[in-house]
Ligand binder design. Sequence first.
Ligand code: SF4
Length: 178
Amino acid sequence: MKPTLATVWLDGCSGCHMSLLDMDERLIDVLARADLVYSPLVDLKVFPDTVDVTLVEGAVSSEEDLHKIRHVRERTKLLVALGDCAVTSNVPGMRNLFGVAAVMRRAYDDTVAGPGRGTTPSEVIPALLPTSRPVHEVVTVDLFLPGCPPPADAIHTLINELVEGRTPDLSALSRLGR
Ligand code: SF4
């Protein structure tokens, strides 16, 4: 049976998922050797009960992110923090200097023109956590692949090695901020 693979998108810009897609034709080879069972790239709504490898993009910034990553962690054998936002909180973490109230004021009072100005939504948008946190501060992470985003070559090596049952040495493939 092929190993199962999932990808999850928390508070990130989707750049890490775009880098995954930058594997181009190598995606076909990867998908021949692993089943992609959950991802924003495919139309599956429910995270499976058990997944071998899950790549997580983005920081944990909202109550929804927190619920999702705990749910994913419980069902994943090997969890990978993919990209600087997952590894350090990176761009989402910039708001940690200011606090939630100032961020919401900036988003809904200062920068919105017209009738919506000054109205902070109370539905649909999940509540922000006090700070945006890297994934490992919330759940156990097994592997870290830094980069903003990590290069497609590094993601390819990562997945290849993991589906072969090996733990890759990622130190030479990517680094923070690159
Ligand atoms: S690490 Fe960079 S590319 Fe990836 S989600 Fe964060 S900002 Fe986007």
